[in-house]
Design a protein around this ligand. Structure first.
Ligand code: IVH
Length: 675
């Protein structure tokens, strides 16, 4: 960067905004980040500091302003510039062909006899429709669909979604972008885990969770929910037009708006059908729920001529997946004990084929869910196999309800189904739990399964069945036992040969390189999912610091509230946990975040303020160097500041430092402190 650039805060702020939005796009849209979290945070910190110094640079489209709005009293109503329509359905191939026939007939009546169609096929995202208005390249407004004509202004909430660009480059005067907000499945699971642990109601499905987040009056809540968006269309425009839908999608993608990578062109109905079936096969592997494929006539002129019936354009249709529900008999509601002792109800079913798969077991989530669904042993029930593969019982089949007098609603067992310990229901919790944390084989099995799983220690060759086998052989009871397995012992077991035994031992050895935050996640502490583990590791940097922290200190971690903080602090003081950590540490697992923890390093406990431009280091580099030496960097000078690092054109901060008698150093002075 040229020194002139560095001296011009407006130019630097503009550059930072662009660079940060570029990295947002790499991370949130392309799923292909170019830089690590720390480097990203440093950029954001620099921009925040710059805006703190020069408030006039804090533009509404700055990435620092994604969350910032105050809670609203209510949502304002907004008129869509073009109505948001809905879609007719087609089930199966015949209905799809009938749709094409209807279009042909309609055009024939209009005097167009030989219409040739090509089509765009898009996944039908199961979320919430939204509209984004960009005027002169700035996100001006975001709204829900509402009744199609009038929606609610949810701009503040939509701005918190990092996948949505706040500005567009080379933008036309106006463009109204249509898309679907959704919650990725991984984020949904984690959110529900967090909520359940905090004693809050869980969401039924990702769609409800996404819709609930967008309808929050407080944007800080929406910001905390993992949301994303796929854009699939354009409404009103000024200064740009498209002849084909495909061109519109390409334009959106070029302008960094997230367009699903799986959208396809098809030349005829056979190709459309093949694409639909392909999506049907792949839907379970996606990280979001889809309930069909939207098929759209590509040519805009044809679309216009085809017109709209009611609220449905003739030129598009939703091809729906075959139902993934079935009716079968609920033999019995039974209970499993989960990783953290929660008793989870599930349904033992008469085997039934749902969406091509035979289902014998289905989840009932939790007691509250069970009570709401009001299913009882012996009922005929509706079973759903949703996108996330674990089948669930939805409700009693309509004619099961008549026989209600005879059977009782199922209740959680008084003793743990795995170890027989009397169960308890902590006050205010929706869960009944088995308190035998350390000794319950059911909990041990779940813990071990979690410990070796992909996001955790990722030990290849140690799947569910192997874990059961090793437990049954008495070789492992907890995670630390895994590191004491040796190849000789394993070779003696059923199903192991010399090579597989040695491979497993090698995989166990390799897991010792897993970084601290994943080890923390692997410990399976309630509410400490992947994201929380990463934030805790980042903040505390070592298991010792985390174990020593009070609940209040833990609650200072981003994303962690007081309820979860209590759970974490308590779990880490548990005797069995302390022992487990001790053994895992002795085995050589990582219990420290890379880099010097705060409290160590040459600048530990020292607070710096940077001002002016330094001769060789950028502000970002200087910040990084100070942070990795254990120091802190803040944006304004106060009595708590230890050093002000001043470069060229330092401005008022230098004056203030001198007034307060704070030590001022130049770059050479900083480098000396770092040495
Ligand atoms: S096009 C006429 N494309 O499905 C245009 N909609 O049933 C209507 N949806 O309200 C929208 N994915 O919420 C379109 N690729 C996609 C879609 C999609 C999901 C939703 C959207 C719409 C509903 C219509």
């Amino acid at each position: 960067m040229s020194p002139a650039r560095r001296r011009d805060p407006a130019a630097r702020a503009a550059e930072l905004r662009r660079v940060i939005e570029h990295h947002n796009h790499r991370y949130y849209v392309l799923d292909d980040p170019e830089i690590g979290d720390d480097a990203y945070d440093a950029l954001l910190d620099e921009l925040r500091a710059l805006e703190g110094e020069h408030p006039e640079l804090r533009t509404p489209d700055s990435p620092t302003q994604r969350v910032g709005g105050r809670p609203l009293e209510k949502f304002e109503h907004v008129h869509h510039l073009q109505p948001m329509l809905s879609l007719g359905n087609a089930r199966g191939e015949e209905e799809l062909r009938a749709w094409v026939e209807r279009m042909r007939n309609h055009l024939a009546r209009e005097g167009i006899s030989e219409a040739e169609f090509d089509y765009v096929c898009e996944p039908k995202i199961d979320g919430l429709a939204i509209s984004l208005v960009y005027r002169d390249g700035r996100l001006e407004r975001g709204a829900t669909r509402g009744d199609g004509e009038i929606g609610e202004d949810v701009t503040q909430n939509l701005r918190t979604i990092r996948a949505i660009p706040l500005t567009l480059d080379d933008a036309p005067k106006l463009v109204e972008v249509r898309g679907e907000v959704y919650m990725p499945l991984a984020g949904f699971t984690e959110l529900n885990e967090r909520r359940a642990a905090a004693g809050e109601r869980t969401f039924m499905n990702p769609r409800n969770a996404a819709a609930g987040a967008i309808r929050q009056l407080d944007p800080a809540i929406a910001a905390d929910r993992p949301l994303s968006v796929w854009c699939y269309g354009v409404g009103a425009t000024e200064g740009i037009s498209f002849q084909r839908h495909w061109e519109a999608l390409e334009w959106l993608r070029e302008h960094r708006l997230p367009v699903n990578p799986g959208v396809r062109l098809a030349g005829n109905v056979d190709e459309v059908m093949a694409i639909c079936l392909d999506w049907q096969e792949r839907r379970d592997a996606l990280d979001y729920e889809i309930d069909g494929v939207v098929v759209k006539v590509n040519d805009h002129e044809l679309q216009r001529r085809l017109g709209v019936v009611g609220r449905e354009p003739r030129a598009a249709v939703a091809w729906k997946f075959p139902p993934t529900t079935a009716v079968t008999k609920l033999k019995q509601v039974a209970w499993n004990v989960g990783r953290t002792g929660h008793l989870v109800p599930f349904a033992a079913l008469e085997p039934v084929v749902v969406g091509g798969v035979t289902v014998k077991l289905a989840t009932l989530h939790n007691e509250e869910d069970l009570a709401r669904k009001d299913v009882r042993d012996g009922d005929d029930v509706i079973v759903l196999r949703a996108g996330d593969v674990i089948p669930q019982v939805i409700s009693p089949a309509p004619d099961a309800v008549g026989r209600r007098g005879r059977s009782k609603p199922p209740a959680p067992p008084e003793r743990c189904p795995s170890c027989g310990t009397p169960t308890i229901k902590p006050e205010g919790s929706v869960w009944t739990i088995c308190p035998n944390r350390a000794g319950c084989p059911g909990q041990q099995w779940q813990q071990l399964k979690h410990f070796v799983s992909k996001g955790a220690m990722d030990i290849e060759g140690l799947g569910e069945e192997r874990v059961s086998q090793l437990m049954n052989e008495g070789l492992i009871r907890n995670a630390a036992d895994i590191y004491e397995l040796d190849a000789e012992r394993l070779m003696a077991l059923d199903g192991f040969a010399e090579i597989s035994a040695r491979n497993l031992v090698a995989a166990i050895e390799a897991s010792k390189d897993v970084p601290f935050f994943r080890v923390l996640y692997a410990l399976g502490i309630e509410s400490v999912g992947y994201v929380n583990a990463r934030n805790l590791a980042q903040r505390f940097r070592s298991i010792d610091a985390l174990m020593a922290a009070s609940p209040e200190e833990v609650a200072q971690t981003p994303g962690i509230g007081p309820v979860v903080a209590d759970i974490v602090a308590e779990a880490l003081r548990d005797e069995a946990m302390v022992e487990l950590v001790g053994r895992l540490r002795a085995a050589g697992l990582n219990f420290e975040q890379e880099g010097p923890p705060p409290g160590e390093g040459p600048l530990a406990g020292r607070t710096f303020v940077l001002t002016g431009s330094l001769p060789t280091l950028t502000r970002e580099e200087a910040t990084q160097r100070i942070l990795s030496a254990g120091g802190r960097v803040t944006s304004s000078v106060s009595r708590n500041t230890d050093y002000v690092v001043a470069g060229d054109s330092p401005g008022s901060k230098l004056e203030k430092a001198e007034r307060l008698g704070i030590e001022v150093v130049d770059e050479a002075g900083l480098l000396a402190l770092l040495a």
